[in-house]
Write a protein that binds this ligand. Sequence first.
Ligand SMILES: [Zn+2]
Length: 299
Amino acid sequence: MSEHAGERYLVEAIRNGDPAAWREVIDRYQGRLLSFARRRVASGADADDLVQEAFVGLLRSLPRYDPERSLETYLFAILRNKLTDHFQQAGRARKQSLDNLDPAEQPADWVESETPSRRMEEQEALGEQRGALVSALRGWAEQCCEQRRFDDLIVVEMLVVLGLRNKEVATDLGMTETAVAGVKFRVLDQWRKLTQASPAARDWQEADLARDSSVARIWQSEGVSCPKRSTLGRHLLGALDADWVRFVDFHVTTAACDRCIANLDDLRSEDQRDEATRSALRERCFASSVGFLSRAPGS
Ligand SMILES: [Zn+2]
């Protein structure tokens, strides 16, 4: 069973209230989520609490979860949201934009209150736009990896994620400014073609590549260019070829992808962490969330 098919099967089982499937999901994702939280909050107990809350958040938002999406992306989005609430007081109004149309990032009261149908329609339209853009970007990034166009990926991450200017990218990579502009032009053209396949998508302009645009936020929250966990594992074993090593090093060190850093931390500590510690955390997460499992539809 592919990883994605396995996830879909687990989600379906959880929707039917299966506690074994829920334990499996906690066991699979707790390590990387905890590594992510521990890098951000000083107290280990707070990190534990936030991870537990993220799992509860997953169960609560499961009716809106799109099974086409990776569960890891969804869980990281919920955890980021919990961290934001942890640092900034909860309850501030969230600006409606493509960036926070992620169902995982909706505040709980949005789900639970009556939503006027007009707002619902607007949210749906923006949600479709976001979905179309996500799948176009992801398809493009996958193509780059398959065709080993890592230079394109690196240039785009520098422009989009790091928000650098053409000139800065050119200096860092030892390219001419014209060459960087050429990559940017070609990539935007590819994105336009990819998004045009969906009626929900709009035409993406050069401004969308700028820092803090929807594209930048989506790129990070969806982990558009993140290598698979198995690739990160091979990287630790020194089993990747030079092109891949260059990209993974760039992505983790220069672009500082927090989600890949969390996965690497977790992979490194997997051998050292004893089974007792792991199962103690799993059981705490399970105990704090299982009440929401029994309320899932279909149970
Ligand atoms: Zn990453």
